[in-house]
Write a new protein. Structure first.
Length: 125
């Protein structure tokens, strides 16, 4: 049952994420995912080459680990594409996140699209 509720939560999250910026919705991180700021920092470091290094093949996976919190996971590059947003073509990446938290048996799995805006930031659309 827990898996089904995660799928519903993720579907709702992705539906909302397509209309509002991620930072506006969840300034401290993903909803109901018990991660620390250091976890997010580790995830960001693992994710960065998947966003910026076009020589990495589709399917490349990067691991992240926070020994202090006991949380860890992987981020996988699923695809590259362009998205037209307000008349501009944005380079985008489809990423799969697999997050294992110390105190929860079931891992969190979700797919997010991040697009690069003119200011250089990668935002979830």
């Amino acid at each position: 049952m827990r898996g089904a509720s995660k799928i519903v939560l993720l579907a709702c999250f992705l539906a909302i994420a397509s209309t509002r910026s991620y930072a506006e919705m969840f300034p401290s991180g993903l909803p109901e995912v018990p991660l620390t700021q250091q976890d997010y920092d580790e995830m960001s470091a693992a994710r960065q080459p998947l966003l910026t290094d076009d020589s990495l093949p589709i399917g490349t996976t990067r691991e992240w680990n926070n020994a202090k919190s006991g949380n860890h996971g992987t981020i996988q590059l699923l695809g590259r594409f362009e998205y037209t947003y307000q008349g501009s073509k944005l380079p985008c990446r489809k990423l799969r996140y697999h997050v294992v938290t110390k105190d929860i048996a079931d891992p969190y799995n979700f797919i997010l699209n991040r697009c690069k805006f003119a200011d250089g930031s990668w935002k979830i659309l």
